[in-house]
Design a protein around this ligand. Structure first.
Ligand code: C2E
Ligand code: MG
Ligand code: MG
Length: 740
């Protein structure tokens, strides 16, 4: 700027001299004009530049104001101290925090505002800070002018004071609230670890935190409880109404309190006094639930109830299995002393499942209560009537004759009385109902047989009573004894059959109307080292009863898939569809669908070539689970056939619900096709039903040409039976395939 005005005044002098010269010498005016022009240009330039300068100055002032504003009104207090601790500068926030006008603070000692109990630590801190050339922070209790203390957090920085010494720049904030929150948290943490069990769940009931008392009371560690729901503790002692009420109260009142039966990790049932509180966000939405509980099991009222729950059946109030076992133990000891016989009667209702399904569980329950009552009045007071669960009851008779024959007659008479009492009609909810019972009886005398054996004996006798037409009484006899022994040795062998590779799959061809092979059924055989080839009817029921059917079924599935894989390479077998049989228990496995999918993907076979045969017994319970699983597998490409169709209690209702592909007419209808016109009509209607529902129909057990032509004539298109081939080991089956 100075430069420019200098230049301008130079130009001006130059111009003036030249103009003077011009007036002296009028004949050469040009250089003077040029100079004047230059002068004007410079003047304009100068004006522009000084405008820019003014602008820059305004901006500088504005930014200074902004800085001052920022400095003064920052949410943080700023102050500068001399190395002696005198305040030389402080922003408005800082002054407000200290509760003093800014001007009164200047050159005041900062230590004056430090609470007495912190004075020492402030001096120590400052001394240390001045010696070490780095940023440091500390927390102090500061005094406000009105003597109200507050917790402050200080960040300190050295700044050069210019004369070789330094000053200290401090930023400080009021952290009282934070401190209070911290303290509240510390208190809460101590309270959380109280004597009472506490669990905190999120709004969906997923456990987020538990305390040590929770672990001590329930046995579950924090890791085990996390991400679970409180159902982890479910004892099964409360019905769904109980929980529905609890939730209704919680949602309405945000609070629930009451006694609850919980199950500990070790299986023990305990009474807890539980308080649940819903935690809500400011918008009113529930964010968490806090459950606090203490164990009140040792309270006398609760322990009486625990005893009742542990030893009695909730529905009928009869002794349960546990109580029965206790009493049976005592009864054997008494019999051994008194030399009197006793008897164990195993009762199973004959049509209860059906009744439950058709009339509903509520009616079923009421009926069980009434039956319990009738059993109780049919026996003497000293005898025990227990309910084992479902529709199974046990009656234990004590102190019968000391003579076996007489004791058997006594037990027979009481059994007959019970059988008749149960068979009389019932009036439940205005409905007249009937049911009958099958009874198995075994006598006991001292410790001749163990409790376990006794129960098995009467159970087995009951099973025979059922087989002989139900509504029946059967005594356990030596022949049954022999079968039982045989069965238990078979059972222990079966446990090893899979591991010792004694199981085989046989294949039975399935054909179309032209007798061309369309597929096969895989049928299980057990090659027993001593007993030879055992057919499924002799070991599948046992495998089902013991649960061994699950690993066995998995082996069948994997073997069948591996077989399909092998057949895929050969044009003669590559189109064969292979059917395998799956038991209800297998299908009820939660991972059944995954097992099948895995077997298929491991072998890489075409899922359309795999068919699963189900039996109607599967549909008795949990139809919807079956449907879900079938749908999942169907979506994968697998097909389903209903095996032994027509033998069980089938209904059109479930047929419509199941995603089936095929009905398999049971062989019993085919066998008597010729001489029994009612079977012929039945087969015709099954074929028709299949057509109506868009299902394939296959007939099994076709042994004769006459049967084949009858079926053919009536619209059946697929067959399986000895007429074409028996089930065969793989090599022989493949020979048969070559021939057809
Ligand atoms: P199923 O599934 O109804 O099998 C048909 C049964 O009929 C087979 O008996 C077969 O050998 C027999 N059969 C076939 N054609 C004829 C014929 O023309 N006349 C006569 N009289 N019988 C014929 P098998 O192999 O003894 O199997 C009996 C049952 O065992 C099967 O009945 C099935 O329910 C079950 N089973 C077989 N293998 C398995 C398996 O791998 N898993 C499961 N869960 N059950 C299986
Ligand atoms: Mg089958
Ligand atoms: Mg069948």
């Amino acid at each position: 700027m100075r430069e420019q005005s200098k230049k301008l005044s130079q130009l001006r002098t130059q111009a003036e001299t030249q103009l003077a010269h011009v007036s002296e010498n009028a004949c050469s005016p040009r250089p003077a004009e040029e100079l004047l022009h230059k002068l004007q240009v410079y003047e304009v330039e100068l004006e522009v530049q000084s405008e820019a300068l003014r602008q820059a100055q305004v901006e500088l002032e504005e930014s200074y104001d902004r800085y001052v504003n920022l400095y003064d009104f920052a949410p943080v207090g700023y102050l500068t101290l001399t190395s002696e601790g005198l305040i030389t500068e402080i922003n408005l926030t800082g002054a407000a925090l200290l509760g003093v006008q800014r001007k009164e603070l200047l050159l005041h000692r900062f230590a004056h505002f430090v609470a007495k109990e912190y004075n020492n630590s402030w001096h120590l801190f400052l001394g240390n800070f001045l010696q070490n050339d780095e940023q440091q922070s500390c927390e102090l209790l500061l005094k406000r002018s009105n003597d109200q203390n507050f917790h402050a957090h200080l960040d300190c920085l050295h700044i050069n004071a210019g004369n070789g010494g330094y000053s200290v720049r401090i930023a400080f904030t009021d952290i009282s609230e934070h401190k209070q929150a911290e303290e509240a948290l510390r208190i809460a943490a101590i309270a959380f670890e109280s004597m009472e069990g506490i669990m905190v769940t999120d709004a969906n009931g997923i456990i987020q935190r538990v305390n040590n008392a929770f672990t001590r009371l329930t046995g579950y560690s924090e890791e085990e409880a996390m991400e679970q729901t409180p159902a982890l503790l479910n004892s099964g002692r409360h019905d769904s109404d109980f929980f529905q009420d609890m939730w209704a109260t919680l949602n309405k009142q945000k609070h629930w309190r009451g006694k609850i039966w919980n199950k500990r990790k070790n299986g023990k049932i305990a009474a807890d006094w539980l308080t649940i509180t819903a935690v809500t966000a400011p918008d009113g939405n529930i964010t968490h639930y806090v459950g606090t509980f203490s164990d009140i099991t040792s309270n006398p009222e609760a322990s009486a109830e625990i005893h009742r729950l542990a030893y009695y059946d909730l529905l009928t109030q009869l002794p349960n299995r546990r109580m029965l076992l206790d009493r049976l133990k005592q009864a054997l000891a008494t019999s051994s002393r008194s030399k009197h016989y006793g008897a164990l009667l195993f009762l199973d209702l004959d049509n209860f499942k059906n009744l439950n399904d058709t009339r509903g569980h509520y009616v079923g329950d009421l009926l069980l209560v009434e039956i319990a009552h009738r059993l109780n009045v049919s026996v003497r007071e000293d005898d025990t009537v227990a309910r084992l669960g479902g529709d199974e009851f046990v009656v234990m008779l004590e102190n019968l004759s000391d003579n076996m024959q007489e004791a058997a007659i006594q037990a027979g008479l009481i059994s007959e009385k019970i059988r008749k009492a149960v068979a009389m009609s019932y009036l439940v909810q205005g409905l007249e109902l009937w049911t009958t019972v099958s009874i198995g009886v075994s006598l006991f005398y001292g410790h001749e047989a163990s409790i376990d054996e006794l129960l098995k004996h009467s159970d087995f006798a009951m099973y025979h009573a059922k087989q002989e037409g139900r509504n029946n009484i059967r005594f356990f006899d030596p022949e049954m004894q022999a079968t039982l022994v045989e069965r238990s040795s078979l059972e222990s062998d079966l446990r090893h059959a899979l591991g010792r590779q004694q199981l085989r799959l046989y294949y039975q061809i399935q054909v179309d109307n032209e007798r061309r092979a369309i597929g096969a059924e895989a049928l299980l055989r057990w090659v027993h080292p001593e007993r030879g080839l055992i057919l499924p009817e002799h070991f599948i029921p046992l495998a089902e009863k013991t649960g061994l059917i699950v690993p066995i079924g998995l082996w069948v599935l994997q073997t069948a898939c591996a077989q399909l894989r092998d057949w895929a390479d050969n044009p003669a077998t590559s189109n064969l569809q292979l059917a395998l049989n799956a038991s209800a228990l297998e299908l009820r496995q939660p991972d059944f669908v995954e097992q099948v999918q895995q077997a298929i993907s491991v072998t890489g076979i075409n899922p359309a070539l795999l068919k699963i045969e189900l039996t109607e017994s599967l549909l008795v319970d949990n139809l919807s689970d079956t449907v879900t699983k079938m749908n999942a597998l169907k979506a994968f490409g697998i097909s389903f056939s209903m095996d032994d169709f027509g033998t069980a209690y089938s209904s059109l209702a479930y047929l419509k619900q199941l995603p089936l592909d095929q009905l398999k007419i049971d062989q019993s209808f085919i066998r008597d096709l010729g001489d029994n016109s009612s079977n012929a009509a039945l087969v015709q209607s099954i074929i028709l039903m299949g057509r109506t529902f868009g299902l394939d129909v296959i007939a099994e057990g076709v042994e004769e040409e006459a049967q084949l032509s009858f079926l053919n004539l009536n619209g059946c298109h697929a067959y399986q039976g000895y007429l074409f081939s028996r089930p065969l080991p793989l090599a022989e089956f493949e020979q048969v395939i070559k021939r057809v």
